[in-house]
Ligand binder design. Structure first.
Ligand SMILES: C[S@@+](CC[C@H](N)C(=O)[O-])C[C@H]1O[C@@H](n2cnc3c(N)ncnc32)[C@H](O)[C@@H]1O
Length: 222
């Protein structure tokens, strides 16, 4: 029996067929974390930086949001509970399954998709979006896939859209997997300015972790 041609493959199968060895290493590592049952980042707590943007003084009016790397859906569900129309994507199918259960338990509709944040064209997320939220997803994406990530968001951004991103600075964890470029590189303000033309980096706030971390806010030009 021959291989199905590309037109017969599902979206996750297509992404799988395109992944290179570095992306495979990242995928395997992430799957391993979820296989343990509860990855260290899955606290079930929405970070105050997102709460401030949604509920604080000068909060954004609810609109359309896309979460990149939504994990088990804590923040996508939070946004939906606060009136946002939410789509959310994660690379790991078991995380997306848990996110669906979480949204259903909360009684909110969230469009939860198993897929790759660097290959949004393969998913049904046309936008435009007013808010993108990324808690440590970009930071784990191999360097050679980051321009595709930025292009995918830029293409789907409403004028004036925000991107709120949390990430580790360079060399946060040493270099546990040398073949994974992103884990040593982390993310910097200079990198974001270079990779997101047509966006302004309007805020960089250090995180409170024991290693350097940052909350970045970018705004798409109007
Ligand atoms: C640090 S976790 C954070 C998860 C979630 N946002 C939370 O706060 O619990 C980063 C997430 O990004 C996902 N991820 C990593 N690379 C991805 C990619 N290329 N596309 C989609 N999701 C990705 C991982 O599977 C993981 O669930």
């Amino acid at each position: 029996m021959g291989q199905p041609d590309a037109s017969q493959r599902s979206e996750p199968e297509l992404a799988l067929a395109q992944r290179d060895p570095e992306e495979e290493s990242v995928h395997r590592a992430l799957e391993g974390y979820y296989r343990t049952g509860k990855p260290p980042w899955d606290t079930g707590v929405t970070p105050p930086e997102l709460v401030e943007l949604v509920e604080g003084r000068g909060a954004l009016p609810p609109g359309r949001a896309l979460e990149l790397g939504c994990g088990t859906g804590t923040n996508a569900t939070y946004l939906a509970r606060h009136g946002w129309e939410v789509a959310a994507v994660d690379l790991i199918d078991s995380a997306v399954d848990q996110a669906r259960e979480k949204a259903a338990a909360a009684g909110v509709a969230v469009r939860l998709l198993h897929g790759d944040a660097t290959r949004l064209d393969e998913l049904d997320v046309p936008g435009p979006f007013d808010l993108f939220f990324d808690l440590n997803c970009y930071c784990g994406i191999p360097l050679h896939r980051r321009d595709a990530y930025a292009a995918g968001l830029t293409h789907r951004a409403a004028p004036g859209a925000r991107l709120l991103m949390f990430g580790y600075g360079p060399e946060p964890l040493g270099n546990p997997m040398p073949e994974v470029t992103s884990w040593a590189a982390g993310v910097t303000a200079d990198e974001l300015r270079a990779r997101f033309p047509g966006w302004a980096l309007i805020d960089v706030t250090p995180g409170t972790n024991s290693v350097p971390t940052f909350w970045f806010t970018l705004r798409r030009d109007a």
